[in-house]
Design a protein around this ligand. Structure first.
Ligand SMILES: Cc1cc2nc3c(=O)[nH]c(=O)nc-3n(C[C@H](O)[C@H](O)[C@H](O)COP(=O)(O)OP(=O)(O)OC[C@H]3O[C@@H](n4cnc5c(N)ncnc54)[C@H](O)[C@@H]3O)c2cc1C
Ligand code: SF4
Length: 441
């Protein structure tokens, strides 16, 4: 499997926005930790990393031990250290927040330890003794990779089926490049696969190229981790003009290929969530002069993180609040030239007769992604609600031997949630198989 990315891809211009710790900085920060009994940071990490233990190991200069503590709970600990919204997770719950002192920088310490493990080639884990059972993970993103690694450690034969070319899911194709570039995600996947014996079938889509019946005849259990679908689009006049594209699609192009935005003068990103905030910052980082964030609510109504919006503002992004797209205009070449917005009141209701037109030669739609639950048709007993796969707390669906985790189950959260759900489902699959269960037909 060739996971080589083009050197000249557009994201190459981005620098890491958080500098890595030196040895001295890491030890100094680790020595500030109070090693709380009943530490709140453990509870607020979805993968339950034993944070005080790994930090104590850094303080004691046992960096390899620190990294192993992290990987024992979260095999994608290296990317999570970069991409987790720590302000709302572990760092947000640090007791220092209530003591007028800066919270411990858990993400940066996690990055220090996991990067050291990666650079040194420490791999820690081996495949377990062969159980003779075969499990397939559908999708090659964080949820499936976490499940696959855990299942391999338990001695099962594991196959990952990915419809695209690259593994890592949105960790490779979606994460803002100033947090993590695609090559770091690919390297992490290669490091994870070094456990050996995880078979990869890329360029294969389930169920159109390989049906559920095909999988049930070959495997004893199925884990579904195929994430979310395509960007949602708008059915408005001229919304199909050239230059109007989904934000997730644009971000993937930017991360994987050498797209050129040097001719773009005015870009608008429509939406108020985290994808919209990533997209406006990425456009500014790529050098687009005028970038507008258009959202139908007000600043306080955005679902995107306030700290990300604060950064976007300082980078020169201009907001257009209470603006709901009404129509698009295109030039003679069918390229978008402007967007007209209906102005909304504070209850997100249209204000009669008030519209606003903003020039644009690139418009990114960050208004959500479709859900893929309907792809599971044919798996008897599996239930789908609002496009999400319904499971019990361990990830078991109503179909015998079929489990699910990550965005396709939770509707779209964070990488760390996908890892937690993949790992948890793997534990449940192990119990199911060791108890004699199988989905084979
Ligand atoms: C733009 C953007 C930015 C984000 N930024 C952050 C961030 O900064 N921090 C953070 O923690 N989270 C972030 N997230 C969320 C995070 O990326 C996801 O929660 C996480 O990747 C979900 O993992 P997953 O394995 O469930 O799905 P995915 O990562 O989506 O992986 C699913 C994989 O399945 C494959 N697939 C899909 N359909 C099929 C099929 N039919 N057959 C076979 N394979 C299939 C896909 O190609 C994909 O590789 C971001 C999301 C987006 C969209
Ligand atoms: S995985 Fe994320 S939430 Fe958990 S401790 Fe690490 S940085 Fe914090």
């Amino acid at each position: 499997m060739n996971q080589k990315l083009p050197e000249d891809r557009a994201e190459a211009v981005f620098e890491d926005f958080k500098r890595a710790y030196t040895d001295e900085q890491a030890r100094a920060e680790a020595n500030r930790c109070l090693y709380c009994y009943d530490a709140p940071c453990i509870q607020s990490c979805p993968t339950g990393i034993d944070v005080p233990t790994f930090i104590r190991r850094i303080a004691n200069e046992n960096v390899s031990g620190a990294a192993q503590t992290i990987f024992d709970s979260n095999i994608l600990g290296m990317s999570c250290a970069r991409v987790c919204p720590v302000e709302t997770l572990c760092v947000g719950s640090c007791v220092y927040n209530h003591m007028d002192s800066p919270a411990i920088q858990i993400g940066k310490l996690q990055r220090y330890a996991t990067d050291a493990a990666f650079e040194a080639g420490w791999t820690y884990y081996e495949a377990g003794e062969d159980t003779g059972k075969k499990v397939v993970c559908v999708g090659g993103g964080p949820a499936s990779l976490a499940a696959a690694h855990r299942l391999r450690r338990q001695g099962h034969q594991v196959t990952v089926i990915e419809k695209g070319h690259f593994l890592g899911g949105l960790n490779t194709t979606g994460i803002a490049s100033y947090k993590m570039k695609a090559d770091r995600s690919i390297s992490e996947v290669e490091w994870l696969l070094s456990i050996g014996g995880i078979d990869i079938r890329s360029g294969v889509s389930v169920p159109d190229q390989l049906s559920w019946d095909d999988l049930k005849s070959e495997f004893d259990a199925i884990f579904i981790g195929f994430g979310l679908g395509e960007d949602s689009l708008l059915s408005l006049p001229s919304a199909d003009s050239e230059g109007v594209i989904g934000a997730v699609d644009f971000i993937a192009q930017m991360k994987l290929s050498p797209i050129d935005v040097s001719s773009v003068q005015n870009a608008i990103v429509i939406g108020g969530g985290n994808t919209a905030l990533d997209a406006v910052r990425e456009l500014r980082g790529l050098g687009v002069e005028s970038v507008t964030l258009a959202y139908r609510g007000g600043e306080s109504q955005m679902s995107g993180y306030a700290h990300e919006w604060a950064e976007a503002k300082t980078e020169g992004v201009v907001p257009s609040w209470r603006s709901q797209p009404l129509s698009f205009a295109a030039d003679a070449d069918s390229r978008v030239s402007s967007v007209t917005f209906q102005m909304m009141d504070e209850n997100k209701q249209p204000i009669s007769g008030q519209t606003k037109t903003i020039p644009a030669d690139l418009v990114l739609l960050a208004i959500g992604q479709g859900k893929l639950g309907s792809l599971t048709t044919g798996l008897d007993g599996l239930q789908v609600e609002w496009g999400k796969i319904v499971t019990d707390d361990d990830g078991a669906t109503g179909a015998q031997g079929v489990y699910a985790g990550g965005d396709c189950r939770n509707g779209g959260k964070e990488v760390v949630n996908a890892v937690a759900e993949g790992d948890q489902a793997a534990q449940a699959i192990h119990s199911f198989l060791m108890g004699g269960g199988s989905c084979r037909t």
